[in-house]
Design a protein around this ligand. Sequence first.
Ligand SMILES: Nc1ncnc2c1ncn2[C@@H]1O[C@H](COP(=O)(O)OP(=O)(O)OP(=O)(O)O)[C@@H](O)[C@H]1O
Length: 305
Amino acid sequence: MSEVVLKTYNLSKKYKETMAVDKVSMTIKKGQIYGFIGQNGAGKTTIIRLITGLAHKTDGEIELFGQTNNLDESRESIGSLVESPAFYGNMTARENLEISRLVRGIGSKDSVDKVLELVNLKDTGKKKVKNFSLGMKQRLGIANALLGNPKFIILDEPINGLDPMSIVEIRELIKKLNNELGMTILISSHILGELSELATNYGIISHGKLIEEFTAKELREKCRQYIEIIVDDSKKATVLLEEKLGITNYEVINDNMIKVYEKLDETGKINTMLSLNNVEVKKILLKGQNLEEYFVSVVGGAINE
Ligand SMILES: Nc1ncnc2c1ncn2[C@@H]1O[C@H](COP(=O)(O)OP(=O)(O)OP(=O)(O)O)[C@@H](O)[C@H]1O
């Protein structure tokens, strides 16, 4: 069994009358990129704040690297980007990281160069942070999280407000941290298309509750794609599908509808073949959910922008 990095047991946080986090039991294992999904106000940031020690739980338990006691010690192996870090605008990236390193008492001088290289900011030289683009600032925030060589990185909405190029850069960086450096990553985002390019695992949170956890593989199964064909005669069509195209993985829904689960990129060929053999094709469509549609089907409302 793979090593557990984070486990929460009925973790709860109440703010006056608001149950911001309600009995959440989630698990993140070593090597995972765990995508945390939820609408605004669902409770993602609060959970992240509880994990990183920025807020105190009302109830429940947090286990980090197998420890439930001395969490502050375990937290030394976590790097996080939760709120936009306050950098000094009049200083360079290197100067900012050097200050952060000294204040936090971590790493050697080399570690600043190492993280700047990792996030691709080592050539920013004398450029002051106030002149950085939002994407560069985010990468500096990630560099700051990487000081001290953490095993577990937590990123709260790291691509919020970024342009497409910067999003790709952050995506590649996260993949590198995970693949090459073996870091486990928790990333919250409401940009589900982007998250599904990265995550190996997902947790859906709604109104403070963890609704579901699933793997990327399970998501692919849940969102299983198929070709929906509406015809005048399902029976005749299936005989042709088998005989002419060797299609056997299909389901007859009714006299007029068939779902085909293979040869998903051959809708044109299927359409032509059926028509040539005197089956009237009224509609032929590639269907299936993506992460966003699946989220809506589970939570019952779209994720907000
Ligand atoms: N310091 C606080 N005091 C009172 N209520 C709070 C506080 N922080 C969060 N909440 C409430 O807790 C709930 C969860 O908020 P949280 O910020 O964790 O959600 P979120 O999923 O991170 O959403 P977002 O994407 O908007 O940050 C919300 O109803 C919010 O209003």
